[in-house]
Structures are given as C-alpha cells and as structure tokens.
Write a protein that binds this ligand. Sequence first.
Ligand SMILES: NC(=O)c1ccc[n+]([C@@H]2O[C@H](COP(=O)([O-])OP(=O)(O)OC[C@H]3O[C@@H](n4cnc5c(N)ncnc54)[C@H](O)[C@@H]3O)[C@@H](O)[C@H]2O)c1
Length: 457
Amino acid sequence: MKITIVGTGYVGLVTGACLAEVGHDVFCLDVDQRKIDILNGGGIPIHEPGLDVVVSRNVAAGRLRFSTDVAASVAHGDVQFIAVGTPPDEDGSADLKYVVAAARNIGKHMMSFKVVVDKSTVPVGTADRVSAAIAEELKARQSDLEYAVTSNPEFLKEGAAVADFMKPDRLVIGHANDAQGQRAQQVMREVYASFEAAGHKIYWMDVRSAEFTKYAANAMLATRISFMNELANLADKVGVDIDAVRQGIGSDPRIGPGFLMAGCGYGGSCFPKDVQALVRTSQEYGHELKILQAVEDVNENQKHVLGSKIFAKYGKNLQGLKFALWGLAFKPDTDDMRAASSRVLIQELLHAGADIVAFDPVAIEEAQRVLALDFADAPELLKQISFATDQQAAVLAADALVIVTEWKTFRAADLNQVKASLKHAVIFDGRNLYDPRAVKSLGIEYHAIGRAVLTQN
Ligand SMILES: NC(=O)c1ccc[n+]([C@@H]2O[C@H](COP(=O)([O-])OP(=O)(O)OC[C@H]3O[C@@H](n4cnc5c(N)ncnc54)[C@H](O)[C@@H]3O)[C@@H](O)[C@H]2O)c1
C-alpha cells in the first residue's frame, strides 16, 4: 500500500520504517529540513535501538523515502498518517496547531480519496477538527473529493519503539460507521494485515473512544508511578522498604508488576503532557479528574526528591561541593530530554552553587541543547556543569554520586571502584538501582527512594 507519514519524529519515523518493513511503500514528510537531510544522508536523527537497521534496509529496498515536499507527500499515500507533535499549550491542553496544519495540507493538495489517520496523541474531538480543516480546504478549491478520518493512537515506548511497533500488545483503531468510515476500516485492515495475521489483535471502536483510550492508558501508567512514589516517601518515615512492598503487591495478578518502581519522577514527551491534557479536557467539560491532578502534583514534587535529600545532608548552600550526575535522559535507551527529572535537579544544584560533572551514555548532546534553553536567563550558571566521557570519569573526586536515570551500565557499575574514585563515599540513587544493604556494607552512605529502613543503624 502507498502510505504517507506526516511528521518524521519518534513516532513518525518508527511508524514509517516499520510499515515499510512489512512491505508497504512509505513516504515520510517533515518540515524540519535538518532531520530530512540527516535521514537522506544515511543517518538517524534520534537514538532508538535497532531503528537504524530497519531504516537502512527499507531505504535500500526502495520502500522508504524522506522529503519536505508537501505536495508530493499528499500525492503519494492513499493513507495519510498524521504523526506530528502535540505539545502542551500554556494551559496544559494539547496544542493542535501542527495537527491542523498537516490536515490543511492534505485538504489543499489531495486529488483522490484519502484515509487520514490521527496517530498523534490528540484529545477527544480532534478527528472532527481534522475533518473540518480538510473540508474547508476542499471547499476553497470547490472540490467534492471524499475522505475519512480515523484514529490510531500509538502505544510504543521510546527505547523499545521498534519492537513495540512490530509486536504490539494491541492495535486500537477508531472509525466512523458511515460509508467512508467503513471504507476506511477496510483500508486500515489492509495496512495492518500482516500484524493481524501474526496474532496481534485490533480493537475496533468509534473514533472518540480510540482518542480517549490513549489518554486513559498513559494516565493509568502515570497514576501507578505517582502512587508508588507517594507511598515511597511515606515508607521512609514509617520504616518500610518500598521495594519489598512493590514485589509483595506486584505479584497479585489483579495488580501486576509493571510501573510500580519508586523513583525521582516520570518525564518524557508523553506522560506529563498527556496527564495535563486529560485534566484540561475534564475541566473544559466541568468534570474535574481529581485523581489525575494529584498524579501530576505528586510527580512535580517527586522531581525535587533528590534535591531535598541533598539539601537535607549539606544545607542549602552547595558552594564548593562537586556532584557526579549519572543519567540525563528521562529514561534509559533514549536521548530524549523532554520533561526529564535531571533538568529539575540540575536547576536546583546549580542555583545552590554546586558543581556538576554529568554523564549519560547517549543524551549529552541533547542535554547541552536543552540546558542552554533552560538557563537562558542565567547562562553563567552553566559554567558550573561539565560533561564526562564515561561514568567512571564523572565520579572522580566528586563529593557524592547522584543517579537520575536507570541505565543498565549504572546498575552494573563496580561500586568499589566508584567508592575509590569519589572524594566522599556517598550515593543518592533516584532509581533504586542497588541493594541498600550491600552498598552500606561497602562503606558507602546510600540514599535511595523509600528504602531508608535498610540503611539505618
Ligand atoms: N514519543 C513517544 O514515545 C510517543 C509515543 C506515543 C505517542 N506519541 C505521540 O505522537 C506524537 C508525535 O510525537 P513524537 O515524539 O514523535 O514528536 P516529535 O517532536 O519527535 O516529532 C514530530 C515531528 O513532526 C514534525 N512536524 C510538525 N509539523 C509538521 C507538518 N505540518 N508537516 C510535517 N511534519 C511536521 C516536526 O518537525 C517533528 O519532526 C505526539 O502526539 C505524541 O504525544 C509519542
């Protein structure tokens, strides 16, 4: 099938590459010339394990191409996936300007029936806005061409995006029940035919329910994390090991083990903005979602938990102290720094006068870019942060090690070596990577999340 992907970011590039992998003829469009140049030069603009192999294989096979040519992109695909960003607006609602712009381009240039697929995470009712934007453009051209708008939210996880896309837990597709909607259902069945044949279930539903399903999924996962973080903070006060509790409840099949790790807060491009957007939708409809507002508040607090532990030990003035920082990306296996907890911690430490030597296996370049923006009002503070070429170099002569991202390489670190390199043997672990008793037995002072009972005398 001929498929166009509008927006070649994390979701668009993975979707395009994976749909080419199953045999479709895919055209990826982006407005960002730099991204398209990198892709056409054989590179990959994001860090995503395994993606380079899929992209290069399908480019070589002639099934995948990249361009900024809008008219050509609309002409190419019978199916037009919209996978552009939906960043939070000032009031927390999803900003739909990129989605609507993409829809307008389709309306402006289409010359035949198109199935338009909202792949971006968008609030309930967005398909109607997309449909209206296309209709307006067609009307301006006095065209009566037909089209159908469907919703096919994406559930991939950054860091495992290719595997998630190729072996999805489920596919959710919303379509209308009128003639165009049913035609669109047939087209979407063909798009995902090889996935269905491999046993991956498609949940067919109406468009608004599909749009809502994506928010409900992210809101549920974020709720589990904030729930455990709130319990972890109490665990430290009441003398409970939150990780034992996690195992104790996660073994209950009604609860399940996923997304119960306590830590220093969730970040990324999805949970924070999707929780906010759903709260905003609920306010618009006069039906406030109190649980989700609390999920958001708890998470904002949790991003300060490492800073609070550091201030509790050293006081508010950190001048003369040097901290090694392991992990910048919002989670492992990605260079994504959007809403990363490290950004909050770096603000706190630099403003308190500390020096930081940071290391991340892949996110240093992206961190330098976003920190320049974060510190646009106080660029002189960035002189206090430097970046190490490896994790061992970062800890050299530091007063303490602070861990923000749960990269495997940090979990596997030789803590004897870390202790020997540090000036003072102190670790603040925002991801509960180690056994507190084992760390303590090495003579290292260990501050984790909700596990203080194991290191107290
Ligand atoms: N990143 C994830 O893990 C993830 C997972 C599931 C869903 N989503 C959702 O998918 C959507 C895209 O997210 P992302 O992380 O891929 O964003 P992204 O910022 O990585 O990519 C979006 C791309 O769209 C391009 N773009 C913007 N307007 C355009 C236009 N009119 N025409 C062509 N290209 C245009 C941008 O230049 C950018 O490259 C969001 O709604 C997000 O919530 C993201």
